[in-house]
Design a protein around this ligand. Structure first.
Ligand SMILES: [Zn+2]
Length: 136
């Protein structure tokens, strides 16, 4: 079983739940989900999001240690959660992608045996759903 960690922004252009289901899952695949606004980017800014980052890390550790997912997949997007912190409000798309790569590296150090995959939603509005593989 695979673990997906992604932002729960429900707006149509951001709806990762639907995009993941349509593009990344095989039919009838059962997955584990960690979805909340700003996930997984809170891990890239643990000082700004101390509570959220700590909570998400504890959830990831629990799922990996107890359920042994064959992959943990971090799905980033042009996340509006950055705008909730004034010092991060001007974060560029390039920097958001870099954050996903940094999360990947950090979690690889924490769980060196685990297969992590990092993806970034690069869908064009009204167009084809696409994910860019974005790893360290
Ligand atoms: Zn988001």
């Amino acid at each position: 079983m695979r673990l997906f960690i992604y932002c729960s922004d429900p707006r149509e252009e951001a709806d990762l739940e639907t995009k993941i289901s349509q593009q990344l899952l095989v039919p009838n695949e059962k997955i584990m989900r960690l979805a909340n606004c700003g996930y997984p980017m809170v891990l890239a800014h643990p000082i700004c999001f101390r509570d959220g980052a700590g909570w998400l890390l504890s959830q990831i550790d629990f799922m990996i240690n107890n359920f042994h997912p064959e992959q943990a997949i971090f799905v980033g997007h042009d996340c509006g959660w950055y705008e909730t912190v004034p010092s991060l409000a001007e974060t560029s798309l390039f920097e958001k992608k870099r954050d996903i790569a940094n999360i990947h590296k950090m979690l690889l150090r924490r769980h060196p045996y685990q297969a992590f995959v990092s993806l970034f939603d690069v869908s064009q509005q009204g167009g084809q759903v696409q994910f860019e593989h974005f790893a360290a």
